[in-house]
Design a binder for this molecule. Structure first.
Ligand code: ZN
Length: 606
């Protein structure tokens, strides 16, 4: 439409006040009244966040004269009619330390385009220029820039001008600015960068080596995207935090300081494994959801909920490849891989919601259920991440076993990438099922009906048999304490389990009831989430309340005193049998040669 690109200048103008100032220049605005709008949500995070709430003091001018503007809804402005070029100025309040919004202080600045770039309606398909200016604040001396936004001018890592091909690209390259540590590596010829922000100690060379192994593994599995010529890991290091969001040529991660590899260490600590798995997950999204997208997101309508039943695939398949990306290059051993998988399966088995909601329904209602979980969530919903990963595992093993190794989920993903990733054509709601059936030649109707549209434990029962054919034993045991996330053998044996009862609650700090399991003894006795346990059999309940309860044998009657709000209640709970809700996976030392060779073809190694 217009010849000149829409141009934004972003200045971290007031770091102490957490304000970016944005100047938007529109050479050829709609003369009848230009509409400007900010997204209500950010792709990859399925919650209406109303980013426009952080837009402050918007004003417009034309030819040096003020130009009127008014809001027409929560995210939309319309400028007064005007013929010539228009300049719009606004501030963005940036004080959300997450990967989803924007953050600015004297130590660094970070933003997603969805927080700062008002869309110029009618010009979204054209190029968009971004000028990033260094802050004047002397506290911010020496700041650099790390972003996958394509650069037009300015030195490497410097402030300067950047260009996005369209609005969709503009909001998919978050920007980090500050005095981050910067490192680079190559993976299959593609330059990769790591920008680490925060206070930390890190063996950066080792981190790069391990990330390179993960990236190369995924590039080998899925194929190099033709439009991927560089990739940036933006990592915010904090005392305690975890999170990530995928983008087409970068990812923003938040990790805990203790999760970074320390100089001198060569083990993979549990924390470091968590960080590598997160990086692996986000990198898989480079294909799965950033390029292979559901038709429901093609194009995105960022003004309202966009429903798809396919998040089981876009998050679940991604979550399935997340630990595979660590074991296949040999960063972790198969037993460590099985622990990570077992934890995801444990998450499924601990939610009675699996008897009520299918994974397709969980996907569809992500906006109002998965992203808005309350104390009843484990009783009411499944996670499309963990149940989706369970379905992906069962699908991959079925394809491998039943085609005698001719087909696999890798093959399905490569086909989806060729048909949808390279072309930009969205995946229909039944598109993944259709590709799996087509390229394997298997009748998978019953499988998908059960896995995607069924509830209950049929998928678990199926998986136990599948895993056995790959030399892996799957079993269930009771949970052994608050920190037991499953995946591996417990410390207790069957005789000890039999003496440990279960009333069906989990506790938060301060002996506050976090959750009461559907149909449990605690629910029958009238205990509720948010009740505070004050005494168990007349003894003060404190941080070891969970252990005090577990020391009771099935059949015992326990007297509980609890506060519900400010009212004291006395309840009698008959302790129930231990619940087998914790998944253990281990390598079967007596597996057949056929099973071992299937396993090796799947996980790598020998
Ligand atoms: Zn994800």
């Amino acid at each position: 439409m217009s010849a000149a690109p829409v141009r934004y200048t972003v200045v971290p103008s007031n770091p102490a006040g957490h304000l970016f100032t944005v100047t938007l220049e529109i050479a050829a605005p709609d003369p009848s009244g230009q509409i400007l709008a900010l997204p209500a949500w950010i792709p990859g995070s399925y919650l209406i966040r109303d980013f426009a709430m952080h837009i402050v003091a918007l004003s417009a001018s034309a030819g040096g004269e003020p130009l009127g503007s008014r809001k027409t809804d929560k995210d939309t402005w319309v400028l007064a009619p005007c013929d010539g070029p228009v300049v719009v100025t606004y501030e963005v309040y940036a004080w959300d330390l997450s990967v989803r919004k924007a953050h600015l202080d004297q130590t660094h600045g970070y933003f997603n385009g969805t927080s700062v770039f008002l869309e110029v309606r009618g010009q979204a398909d054209g190029p968009h220029d971004v000028v990033l200016r260094a802050p004047d604040d002397p506290a911010c001396a020496g700041w650099r820039v790390a972003t996958s936004l394509p650069r037009v001018d300015g030195p490497a890592l410097g402030f300067g001008t950047f260009r996005a091909s369209d609005y969709d690209a503009l909001i998919d390259h978050p920007v980090e600015m500050g005095t981050f540590e910067h490192a680079t590596f190559e993976a299959r010829g593609i330059p990769h960068e790591v920008a680490l922000t925060g206070r930390f100690r890190c063996d950066t060379e080792r981190l790069c080596q391990d990330l390179a192994a993960i990236c190369e593994g995924h590039l080998d599995t899925f194929g190099r995207p033709s439009d991927l010529d560089r990739y940036v890991f933006q990592i915010m290091v904090v005392g305690s935090g975890y999170g990530g969001l995928e983008h087409r040529a970068s990812t923003s991660l938040i990790c805990s300081r203790k999760d970074l590899p320390q100089p001198g260490d060569d083990e993979i600590s549990e924390g470091y494994r968590t960080l590598l798995a997160l990086a692996s997950h986000e990198y898989v999204h480079t294909w799965n959801v950033k390029r292979i997208k559901p038709a429901a997101f093609t194009p995105f309508d960022l003004s309202r909920h966009a429903h798809t039943t396919l998040l089981w695939a876009f998050e679940g398949i991604t979550a399935y490849y997340e630990p595979l990306g660590l074991v296949r290059p040999g960063l972790i051993e198969p037993d460590s891989y099985l622990e990570l998988v077992g934890r995801k399966l444990t998450d499924v088995m601990r939610r009675p919601g699996r008897f009520k909601q299918t994974v397709a329904e969980s996907s569809f209602d992500a906006w109002t259920k998965f992203y808005k979980q309350d104390e009843n969530a484990p009783n009411a919903i499944v996670s499309y991440y963990t149940k989706g990963a369970t379905v992906a595992l069962a699908l991959d093993l079925t394809l491998r076993r039943d085609t005698e190794g001719r087909c696999s989920l890798d093959e399905v993903m490569r086909t989806l990438y060729a048909r949808h990733g390279e072309t930009g054509v969205g995946v229909a709601e039944d598109g993944i099922e259709a590709v799996a059936k087509e390229i394997s030649g298997l009748d998978l109707d019953a499988f998908f009906a059960e896995a995607l549209h069924g509830t209950g434990d049929a998928i678990w029962d199926r998986l136990v048999g599948l895993l056995a054919d790959f030399g892996i034993r799957a079993s269930l045991r009771p949970r052994e304490g608050a920190k037991d996330r499953g995946g591996k053998k417990g410390k207790l044996d069957a005789a000890a389990w039999a003496k440990r009862g279960d009333i069906g609650i989990t506790l938060a700090s301060g002996a506050k009831v976090r959750w009461v399991r559907d149909g449990s003894p605690a629910m029958r006795a009238g205990l509720s989430a948010k009740d505070v346990l004050v005494a168990i059999d007349g003894i003060k309940a404190n941080s070891d309340a969970e252990a005090m309860l577990a020391s009771h044998a099935p059949g015992d009657v326990v007297r509980l005193h609890v506060f519900r709000r400010d009212e004291l209640l006395e309840l009698q709970v008959e302790v129930g049998d231990p619940v087998l809700d914790t998944v253990v996976l281990d390598l079967d030392t007596e597996a057949s040669e056929a099973a071992i060779s299937r396993r090796t073809a799947w996980l790598g190694g020998d």
